[in-house]
Design a protein around this ligand. Structure first.
Ligand SMILES: NC(=O)C1=CN([C@@H]2O[C@H](COP(=O)(O)OP(=O)(O)OC[C@H]3O[C@@H](n4cnc5c(N)ncnc54)[C@H](O)[C@@H]3O)[C@@H](O)[C@H]2O)C=CC1
Ligand SMILES: O=C(CO)COP(=O)(O)O
Length: 332
């Protein structure tokens, strides 16, 4: 039986651990706080991040990472992007030498501008062939409710991608394999920034034409950056690009879209953060790192730039809209 450790018991870590367990994988979750691990282990619920969802009895939980990692064939990294490095530094010595490291995080590290798989290589020294990424239209609450969805497991080693695929395939969760790690990571990081933009637009009362235009031009930005970094455009036309963009930009369940909505309504960053109930909206930090990454490759990303200006330079959403529409006209 495949054994997995899920490190991080937030909403997606918990929902994905449930998927793994329901696919027949032996799963132990690690939670930072003992009270979260205790609740999962004893009440089979995570009342802090996924209240009301019954978790499988077989799902074990601990706040001891050494115990969680013991014998794990698949190590699922389910903490936010900006905290992955620090967490991984503490876990690295306890990770099995042949384990597959599966990243769930959708962001670009601030400062270093590294993708999560690059952070993992840097911290653990693991060969890139051991590192896999899971990305797609996977709003945690819907997956936890067993609503059908597909996802992508990207790994340069196709045998490992297939092992991960088998470990999490269920009657409602359909993973596809792909060898394009860069494309999946860029799709995941960029869609959060575009979801913030969509939230801002809806917050100031704009309708579906605007949202569709932002999604489509956001996709163009994402593809430009991805291709510059070596991604395949087809990956970004797939689940980890268009699929996740559509889900995140359209759903009120998205933390990024909801965060942007509060800003569009005129709320402050603090108010938007409070509305996220302690959960992470990755695009708020990643808009800055994606923008810097794009600058370093000479890639134009006007929507991402506007999101950064609204979140971090005090520009109003109205001003950002005016600035975007005032740009020189050009061919599509
Ligand atoms: N929630 C969702 O629907 C989905 C989330 N993701 C991605 O998965 C990653 C994790 O997201 P969620 O589980 O939703 O986040 P969350 O905000 O619900 O939970 C974060 C988890 O990481 C833990 N953690 C450990 N060290 C931390 C630190 N230094 N700072 C903050 N938290 C720390 C927290 O205790 C918590 O258990 C993110 O990159 C997110 O973009 C991907 C797909 C779906
Ligand atoms: O990544 C997600 C869906 O695929 C979740 O998006 P949010 O982090 O905006 O909730």
């Amino acid at each position: 039986m495949t054994k997995a450790a899920v490190l991080g018991s937030g909403s997606w870590g918990t929902a994905f651990a449930k998927v793994l367990a329901e696919a027949g994988t032996d799963v132990t979750m690690w939670a930072r706080r003992a009270e979260v691990a205790d609740a999962i282990a004893h009440t089979h619920e995570n009342p802090f991040y996924l209240p009301g969802t019954q978790l499988p009895d077989s799902l074990a939980a601990t706040s001891d990472h050494v115990a969680a990692l013991d014998g794990a064939d698949i190590v699922v990294l389910a903490v936010p992007s900006q905290s992955l490095r620090a967490n991984l530094e503490g876990w690295s010595d306890s990770i099995g030498k042949n384990a597959t490291l599966l990243s769930l995080a959708k962001g670009i590290e601030s400062g270093s501008l590294l993708r999560m798989s690059q952070v993992i290589t840097q911290v653990t020294g693991a060969d890139p062939s051991r590192i896999a990424v899971l990305s797609g239209p996977n709003l945690a609450r819907e997956i936890a409710a067993r609503q059908p969805a597909a996802t992508v497991i990207a790994c340069s080693d196709s045998a490992r991608a297939i092992d991960v695929q088998k470990s999490c395939a269920t009657g409602y969760f359909r993973p596809y394999t792909n060898s394009d790690v860069i494309g999946c990571e860029i799709g995941g990081a960029c869609k959060n920034v575009i979801a913030l933009a969509c939230g801002m637009a809806s917050g100031i009362g704009l309708g579906e034409n605007t949202i569709a235009s932002i999604i489509t031009r956001g996709l163009a930005e994402m593809i430009r950056l991805g291709v510059a970094l070596g991604a395949k455009p087809a990956t970004l036309a797939g689940l980890a690009g268009v699929g996740d963009l559509v889900a995140t930009c359209s759903s009120p369940l998205s933390r990024n879209r909801s965060f942007g909505h509060v800003l569009g309504e005129g709320g402050s960053m603090e108010r938007a953060q409070e509305a996220a109930h302690g959960q992470v909206a990755e695009g708020v930090k990643s808009c800055t790192s994606v923008r810097s990454l794009a600058d370093s490759y000479d890639v134009e990303m006007p929507l991402t730039d506007s999101v950064h200006r609204v979140c971090h330079e005090g520009m109003s959403v109205q001003e950002a809209v005016g600035k975007l529409l005032g740009r020189q006209t050009k061919p599509e």
